[in-house]
Ligand binder design. Structure first.
Ligand code: CP
Ligand code: NVA
Length: 295
């Protein structure tokens, strides 16, 4: 079983992973840490930089009694010097899990196809399911799923996995993007199959009208640095400012580009729950790893 995107889980499995995450989090807070992954190793493959994904997976494995190995772009042969399918089969003979952050979504699909251990997507250009698990855990803790969320920003990786997760748990979601940066049609179609596709619009003001929570992400994603000027211009009017946000709760997967998709005062305000989101990366992933180890 792999987590290439959040819909690799059934809806019941998604709730089970969130329950497992909440139990591990509560156990830790109560001083009863679980060590169910003793002697187990997570291989972490990174083609792109990371703060949260790297540190939360590595510290998470330590907390669970296991070990994590960081494999950066210059450390292994992945994609240059060895085909992905060979890396997948070799690493799977040593490690109990593989987590990979790569550019092309098809690369994580290939890793998953050839590895004989669970492969977890730590972000591709198209998806970020671990972020969605943490986001859903955070929303569930704060509000439950009977709440209304507006996505305002780029319709790429973080948004696309969130669209699928929201459909699975029944969140009321509206997505506002500039027309050329919208969510892929096949993701919307999949969300429809899973529950309901979000309402989509190019008007950020209309999107947030009935929302309790506003969620955004950077406008210039990793690997898109050459598109910077074009994207800043396309996203004009999509910034989360004090006036735009009002008294709504604000989510951001981080890292934030202050002064672009969000102002510093909004990010630093009490409306922002971004540090809880960041912390929940660790708990959500621990729930996932333990749940995967039990399958
Ligand atoms: N949100 C997230 O994945 O952060 P990093 O890029 O720091 O891992
Ligand atoms: N959309 C961002 C998310 C970072 C976690 C990126 O791909 O860079």
């Amino acid at each position: 079983m792999d987590l290439v995107d959040v819909d690799d889980l059934t809806t019941d499995e998604l709730h089970a992973v969130l329950d497992r995450a909440a139990d591990i989090k509560a156990g830790r807070a109560a001083g009863n840490p679980e060590k169910p992954l003793a002697d187990q190793t997570l291989a972490m493959i990174f083609e792109k930089p990371s703060t949260r994904t790297r540190v939360s997976f590595e510290t998470g494995m330590t907390r669970l009694g296991g070990h994590a190995i960081f494999l950066g772009p210059d450390d292994i042969h992945l994609g240059h010097g060895e085909p992905i399918k060979d890396t997948a089969r070799a690493v799977a003979r040593y490690a109990d899990f593989i987590m990979a952050r790569v550019f092309d979504h098809s690369d994580v699909e290939e890793l998953a196809e050839y590895a004989t251990v669970p492969v977890v997507n730590g972000l591709t250009d198209d998806a970020h399911p671990c972020q969605t698990l943490a986001d859903l855990l955070t929303i569930r803790e704060r509000f439950g799923f009977d709440t209304s969320v507006a996505w305002v920003g780029d319709g790429n990786n973080v948004c696309q996995s969130f669209v699928l997760g929201a459909a699975m748990v029944g969140l009321d979601l509206t997505v506002a993007t500039p027309p050329e940066y919208d969510v892929d049609d096949d993701v919307l179609a999949r969300a429809d199959e899973l529950g309901a596709a979000p309402e989509t619009t190019t008007d950020p003001d209309a999107a947030v009208e009935d929302a309790d929570v506003i969620y955004t992400d950077v406008w210039v994603s990793m690997g898109q640095e050459d598109e910077r000027e074009e994207k800043l211009s396309a996203f004009d009017g999509f910034q989360l400012t004090r006036d735009f946000v009002g008294d709504r709760t604000v989510m951001h997967c981080l890292p934030a580009h202050r002064g672009e998709e969000i102002t510093d005062d909004v990010l630093e305000s009490e409306n922002a729950i971004v540090w809880d989101q960041a912390e929940n990366r660790l708990h959500a992933q621990n729930g996932l790893l333990v749940w995967l180890s039990e399958q």
